[in-house]
Design a binder for this molecule. Structure first.
Ligand code: GRG
Length: 295
């Protein structure tokens, strides 16, 4: 199946799951539910759930389990976007081509909606509907907590905020920051398939190495899109990094070298998949997609 169709198919499945998880039958408060649905259900590439589904497919995992884990990661990703857009952080009014949650609702509701998406993500992972084996569910919760918390995404966001005032980050410091801020959740998305399939360590290591290079290539492309993309294409504000005087891969390397580096990382990511047969072809295509995307 071509990558575009496979991505659309994965998005459709995960959106059906998210829609069911965010149904009013389960929620006591209409406004909170509406804000959570606004944050989660319109748009987004659904790249992280796609990575879970593809890596799970390497190990004959039940597709329903992979969709549930993909939905859990997307809930955490959406929470991070809601909080990142708040006035106290990036102060954005557009996300996925629509008003951000604090614009469409209000700040307090956006904070609570983000909190509720975060906790729901873990609830989904811990639910027996996700996998019958409690040891696998616990391993997923532990790995996601590490990826999303102080030594992962939240820690990376803190470094990012600190850099705005401290300034002067070099390429090593930016790489570390981005590995935490965006790389950790992308890495977990690839690892999750291996956890679900209880894959042997060498295969997990190969996926970890793939995810590491993929995550950096993704972030460099994000920096390039901030400089070269449009608000219409990306569905969010652009030129934010330059306006904030932020050090990025592009500000340090220049656009051409940054683009070349992203291409090298995409090739390296693909090379790490040599231990897998043609079942990993869509993961190989994803590495190209990540550096060629326009949104
Ligand atoms: C607030 C705890 C906390 C964390 C925020 C992820 C993040 C950390 C901030 C998002 C800001 C940002 C633009 C990061 C760059 C990379 C990134 C995560 C882009 C958005 O992800 P995509 O491109 O978005 O997968 P879609 O909308 O397709 O899901």
């Amino acid at each position: 199946m071509p990558l575009e169709l496979a991505l659309a198919d994965a998005a459709r499945k995960v959106e059906a799951e998210l829609n069911a998880l965010l149904s009013d039958a389960y929620m006591p408060e209409d406004r909170l539910l509406a804000a959570m649905r606004h944050a989660t259900l319109a748009g987004g590439k659904r790249l992280r759930p796609f990575l879970v589904m593809q890596t799970a497919g390497l190990f004959r995992v039940a597709p329903g389990s992979a969709v549930r884990v993909g939905a859990a990661i997307e809930l955490i990703h959406c929470y991070s976007l809601v909080h990142d857009d708040l006035p106290a952080m990036d102060d954005d009014d557009l996300r996925r081509g629509r008003p951000t949650v604090h614009k469409a609702f209000d700040e307090a509701t956006a904070i609570l909606a983000g909190d509720a998406l975060l906790t729901l993500g873990f609830e989904v992972l811990a639910d027996p509907d996700t996998h019958a084996n409690p040891a696998i569910r616990a391993e997923l919760c532990l790995a996601l907590a590490r990826a999303a918390g102080a030594f992962g995404m939240v820690g990376g966001q803190m470094l990012d905020l600190a850099a705005e005032t401290a300034g002067g980050l070099d390429i090593g410091a930016i790489t570390r920051l981005q590995r935490l801020k965006t790389g950790a959740l992308i890495a977990f998305s690839c690892e999750a398939g291996a956890i679900l399939g209880q894959a042997p360590m060498p295969l997990r290591e190969a996926l970890r190495a793939y995810a590491h290079d993929l995550g950096l290539a993704f972030q460099i492309t994000d920096d390039l899109l901030d400089v070269e993309g449009s608000r219409e294409e990306t569905g969010k504000a652009v030129r934010k990094d330059a306006e904030a005087g932020k050090a990025t891969f592009v500000s340090i390397l220049g656009a051409e070298r940054a683009r070349a580096q992203a291409q090298i990382l995409a090739s390296q990511a693909t090379a790490h998949l040599s231990v897998f047969d043609s079942k990993a072809d869509l993961l190989r295509a994803t590495a190209r997609f990540v550096v060629e995307r326009r949104r």
